[in-house]
Design a protein. Structure first.
Length: 121
């Protein structure tokens, strides 16, 4: 499976496959009927406390990544979501609203999903 990361503000593309919003909060300026998403996976987003601690500070990204990976690994809803929604999917596009394309939770989530999907059962 190909997993890509894209800002929700970018135009949808037929190459996107399954488009999943992975933010806990709805993105500003996007109307729900125009969002072009297939799923909204709030359960995959960082906890509010972790999101607030990170504050999109690039200096905290390494520690944020470690903590978020731990959250995902301990979150049964994240494991259930992955099992329920990724079977047979060729391309998964994780949509996020953050402005920084290099320091955002969707990148960490892509790494976790890749590890989760490749892990032996």
């Amino acid at each position: 499976m190909k997993i890509q990361v894209k800002r929700i503000y970018e135009a949808a593309d037929e190459q996107d496959g399954l488009r999943v919003l992975v933010d806990r909060l709805w993105p500003r300026g996007i109307k729900k009927e125009e969002a072009c998403i297939d799923l909204w996976a709030k359960e995959l987003a960082p906890s509010p406390a972790l999101r607030m601690w990170f504050g999109h500070d690039p200096a905290r990204f390494a520690e944020f990544s470690r903590r978020y990976m731990d959250e995902l690994s301990c979150n049964p809803q994240a494991h259930e979501w992955t099992a329920r929604n990724t079977s047979g999917v060729r391309t998964l596009t994780l949509l996020y609203a953050a402005k920084d394309p290099e320091h955002n939770h969707a990148l960490v989530l892509r790494r976790w999903l890749t590890e989760e999907l490749c892990a032996p059962e």
